[in-house]
Design a protein around this ligand. Structure first.
Ligand code: COA
Length: 503
């Protein structure tokens, strides 16, 4: 599709207007479903114009707020701009924007942090209320009004289906060659009408290449020309390299024991620098012909596709640095043969994750000595980002790995604590904990042995003696011996940090 002919549907080309005019069609108090997932494929012009509109209302002393539903995190042009003007009443299901985070933690914005595979079905069931308007970025519109999805799909199918009205942003800055990379499954249903999701290999296609939208729903089409705004990943530091090294050794030993095939099982890799560093490690490691069934495709996986280490990848979104984005655009035909982008209820579907036997690898804030994991809250009360897809993959994967450096904030915080200050993944969903210190394989271990493994293998030497001491005293306290705790001091490490800045 050439740049000039991105809007090929005559009916919809009549609805082209400015972002300002399109934003004025969004009234206060509505629920708006926006595209966007991990900084990819989010609308770029309408949210900023809406933020201006909200600022004008505020200047006149009028309140103006909307609720924003997305696929996952977006970027400063959406979350940042709307949060800045206090324009968001309620946000779901995942964010990672600093201004949003601040407003949520100040109690000025409501936030619902939801398993990403649940969002569509909760919306179909009406748990969030009625969706009024969808604002969706697309790459283009075909003659018959089908929509070519952008660099993420996320919940776009659901938002378009559920919304009364749709605003489209056609982004000329996204590669036209994305056409054909997507697989949009229209066979999902609520129980009892559900059918098996027919995926037996990560790259299997069984849906449509396009999003369907009745043209009469479309109230505005806005043309944009700007790239996704993802920042560069930091080069893997010593800690990330050591974490990746422990994981690679573990995978090699699992292959030797014939618990994993030589090309491992399909990989899921979470967001962030450590996840990206693990991919860099795998790219230099001994495994070949790997596959991925994941949520986000970061730079590391793109490099693995390029090197041939990774044969195929399925995701719902890209999350690429500017350089990797250019690499994708320059070699789009190569990548289209190897990548499938799906809706997020399929990329994160528990049934598919269990069937394929995914190796789930996610970052965390902290783990406790028994292997409960906190992925979302700093010191138990302040949200960082959200659970994202980590629960979908950890609960249903064949292997569930959580990783973090053993300390945070210059060594003042131990990420291995007596008791986590918030639980996202219970001990039952956590099989492997890995820090730069080492890897604890918790499979087949009862609680007290899990604790010994986590303390000895994962904790930083500066904190290890105190964790040992806590555990020994808990075991000798005369209380329950299944999961021994000193309840009066279980959260004292967090309390001490809040009081003194040092755990
Ligand atoms: N206490 C306080 N702060 C902590 C902390 C702890 N125990 N552990 C980490 N942090 C802080 C770091 O200091 C850093 O802060 P900064 O940005 O001010 O420097 C920040 O959290 C990020 O930590 P970092 O070590 O850089 O890790 P990361 O980029 O790998 O992110 C998570 C870690 C947990 C925040 C991230 O993985 C996440 O949001 N996970 C939940 C969602 C998820 O798993 N999605 C995957 C499915 S695709």
């Amino acid at each position: 599709m050439s740049t000039e002919s991105r809007i090929r549907c005559p009916k919809l080309s009549k609805r082209i207007m400015s972002a300002r005019d399109a934003a004025s069609l969004i009234p206060s108090g509505v629920n708006v479903g926006m595209s966007g997932f991990t900084g990819a494929g989010y609308p770029k012009a309408v949210p900023q114009a809406l933020a201006e509109h909200i600022r004008d209302h505020r200047a006149r002393g009028e309140n103006f707020r909307i609720s924003v539903w997305t696929g996952a995190s977006t970027a400063p042009e959406l979350d940042g701009a709307l949060a800045e003007v206090d324009g968001i009443e309620m946000r779901l299901p995942y964010q990672s924007d600093p201004t949003c985070r601040q407003k949520i933690n100040e109690g000025k914005m409501e936030y619902m942090d939801i398993h990403l595979s649940h969002v569509a079905q909760h919306a179909w069931s009406g748990f969030f209320g009625k969706l009024d308007i969808a604002v969706i970025e697309v790459v283009g519109i075909t003659e018959d009004g089908r929509l070519i999805p952008s660099s993420s799909i996320g919940n776009n199918k659901t938002w378009i289906d559920q919304a009364d009205k749709v605003i489209l942003e056609v982004n000329h800055g996204q590669s036209a060659g994305l056409e054909g990379m997507h697989d949009v499954y229209y066979g999902t249903a609520l129980p009892p009408r559900r059918k098996p999701i027919p995926i037996t290999k990560p790259d299997e296609r069984f849906g449509e290449k396009y999003l369907m939208c009745p043209p009469e729903k479309v109230i505005a089409v806005v043309e944009t020309n700007s790239p996704d705004r993802n920042s560069r990943f930091s080069d893997p530091d010593e800690n990330s390299r050591r974490i990746a090294g422990h994981l690679l050794d573990f995978f090699s030993s699992e292959v030797e024991k014939k618990r994993l095939p030589a090309n491992l099982l399909p990989l899921q890799s979470g967001v962030g620098n450590i996840a990206n560093a693990v991919m860099a490690g795998l790219n230099e490691g001994p495994f070949n012909n790997l596959t991925a069934y994941t949520e986000v495709l970061q730079d590391g996986m793109l490099e693995m596709l390029k090197s041939g280490k990774l044969a195929k990848a399925s995701a719902t979104a890209f999350s690429l640095s500017p350089e990797a984005n250019q690499e994708l655009a320059d070699n789009i035909d190569f990548y289209r043969d190897r990548i499938v982008l799906r809706t997020q209820e399929i990329s994160n579907h528990p049934e598919v994750i269990r069937r394929l036997g995914i190796i789930a690898m996610n970052g965390m804030i902290e783990a406790d000595i028994y292997g409960n994991v906190n992925s979302t809250h700093v010191m138990g009360t302040r949200i960082m980002n959200g659970i994202g897809g980590s629960g979908d993959f950890a609960r249903n994967g064949f292997l569930s790995v959580f990783m973090t450096p053993s300390t945070a904030k210059g060594g003042s915080i131990s990420t291995i604590v007596p008791m986590v200050s918030h639980v996202d993944h219970t001990e039952h969903d956590v099989q492997i904990v890995v820090t730069e210190q080492g890897l604890a394989d918790l499979r087949g271990l009862p609680p007290r042995q899990r604790a010994l493994n986590i303390i000895e293998k994962c904790a930083h030497p500066d904190f290890r003696p105190r964790l040992r001491d806590y555990f020994e005293r808990a075991c000798n306290s005369g209380r329950g011996m299944h999961t021994p705790h000193q309840l009066e001091e279980a959260l004292s490490w967090h309390h001490r940090y809040e009081e003194t800045g040092q755990m």
